[in-house]
Design a protein around this ligand. Structure first.
Ligand code: NHR
Ligand code: GAR
Length: 201
């Protein structure tokens, strides 16, 4: 299945998808970054995946940025759009255009800690566990239907870095698994519910 991945940073989740691509029937046609120094661009180049850099600050509005993003995505006619550490909020128009075809990985146990700085906020809230969620992207920021989660303990001496590292290990396992459900046609967004094999998750 043809995919386009959107990134903003290191791209370790992108790397995990690249590493699993063949066995999950994923054909990553292009990687798009809104940051020109994102290390994920290099990861894509190493395996000859075409890359595009669209720097959001060079656009007069979110709408214009998203229009260019959409045009760039459509050049590759993907069946799935994967947000792998993509850090720009998308307009309602954009999310509606790709409804049911766009997945995001978010580093918290949604609905807890939507938005940014999730690891710091989980530590500040003295949570005993934390984790990662994969969800369908809708206009509602980090509010689209959750598909799957993985949990990790929070340890007494955790820092943002140690906790983020523990969560990332789970991210790298969970995302390919969920993407595989999608490429197999098992995972669908129906009436704003995530469904697996026709059952609401
Ligand atoms: N867009 C929509 N409409 N819906 C979602 O669910 C989205 C989305 C865009 C990105 C990822 C999300 C995350 O997993 C995501 C989900 C960026 C921000 C943010 O505040 C928040 C959540 C997410 C991504 N971005 C700032 C902005 O002004 C910029 C922050 C920065 O550049 O560091 O866009 O966490
Ligand atoms: C990951 O933890 C991902 O869940 C998170 O950023 C990190 C990206 O790492 N995503 C967000 O916060 C989305 N706003 P990576 O670039 O190494 O995959």
């Amino acid at each position: 299945m043809k995919a386009v991945a959107l990134i903003s940073g290191s791209g370790s989740n992108l790397q995990s998808l690249i590493d699993h691509a063949e066995k999950i029937d994923l054909d990553i046609q292009a990687v798009i970054s809104n940051k020109e120094d994102a290390y994920g661009i290099k990861r894509a180049q190493k395996v000859n995946i075409p890359t595009h850099v669209l720097i959001h600050t060079q656009f007069p509005s979110r709408e214009k940025f998203d229009q260019q993003l959409s045009q760039t995505i459509d050049q590759h006619s993907p069946d799935i759009i994967i947000l792998a550490g993509f850090m720009r909020i998308l307009t309602e128009e954009f999310t509606q255009k790709y409804a049911g075809k766009m997945l995001n990985i978010h580093p918290s146990l949604l609905p807890k800690f939507q938005g940014l700085n999730t690891h710091q906020r989980a530590l500040d809230a003295k949570e005993s566990e934390h984790g990662v969620s994969v969800h369908f992207v809708t206009a509602k920021l980090d509010g689209g239907p959750v598909i799957a989660q993985a949990r990790v303990p929070i340890l007494a001496d955790d820092t943002v870095e140690s906790l983020a590292q523990r969560v990332l290990i789970e991210e790298h396992k969970l995302f390919p698994k969920v993407v595989h459900w999608f490429t197999q046609g098992r995972l669908k967004l129906i009436d704003n519910h995530a469904t697996l094999d026709g059952q609401i998750i």
